[in-house]
Ligand binder design. Sequence first.
Ligand code: NAD
Length: 293
Amino acid sequence: MSAFLIDGKAAARQLRERLAQDVSAFAKRHGRAPGLAVILVGTDPASEVYVRNKVLQTEEVGMHSFEYRLPADTPEERLLAQIDTLNRDDRVDGILVQLPLPAGIDVTRVIERIDPAKDVDGFTIANAGRLATGLDALVPCTPTGVMFLLRNLHPTLVGMNALVIGASNIVGKPMARLLLQERCTVTIAHSKTVDLEARCRQADILVVATGVPQMIPGDWVKPGATVIDVGISRIKQENGTTKLVGDVHFESAVERAGAITPVPGGVGPMTIACLLANTLSAAQRRTEVQSHL
Ligand code: NAD
């Protein structure tokens, strides 16, 4: 039996349509649209594509987009000064520094310079700490997108066994915290985990975010499980062409899973939509705080 295919493109489109309505309501109430500022340092081709998509989709839902392109040899102090300016700019509700940054720039210093109220990537220690302690937080976009897909699929996740493979600050750790908040029983696996196969076989929800192409064979998947594949890698095929694949061996997993995300077209499209959702909620929170002062 073939699994239900989770359509991330359609889910992201629905989310953006809803956001466009909420953005328009916000603009009517407050006389301005929410604003997202994106800073790109250098000319990494993949980053250029991400930034272009972010800018386009920001404008499509009716938000203001502010784009700052700095040369690869920009001194760290210049980048920090740019962030300070945006922290003070009332038209800007969200600030995103596109990663990776050129060598020589201290990523932690840069991220920590962003006002946590404008940290729409959810990467600051303040937002990570708030998420870890169950407080209202701006949460990283990819795990937020995964939760959106899971909630569409399951009326409740309470009591399910969830396995998150990958423990990065950007995906794995916040993912595990969100699943814990839904009262799943959560296991986090990583490159040193022993007997990953046995753990996979017990998972009702399997989220894989390692960046290792097709590392999870289909027969490790518990029959009927929900499989969320966050990984994206480009591999070379025998005929010399390349294709995008995830961390799960899709062709075999689709025969065992109850539902599965394809790559591409699964988790990927949700990430930018959730960035826009975070920008709107940052705008709403900042405006509420200001109106209470
Ligand atoms: P990362 O390199 O920061 O972390 C990878 C994690 O996987 C680490 O915790 C590592 O211990 C674990 N790991 C590596 N090899 C493993 C193995 N053999 N067995 C078990 N665990 C292993 O990566 P990341 O930034 O979290 O990204 C992971 C993947 O997700 C990448 O393919 C990335 O491109 C993709 N990604 C996709 C989106 C999206 O929007 N779809 C967003 C972010 C990341």
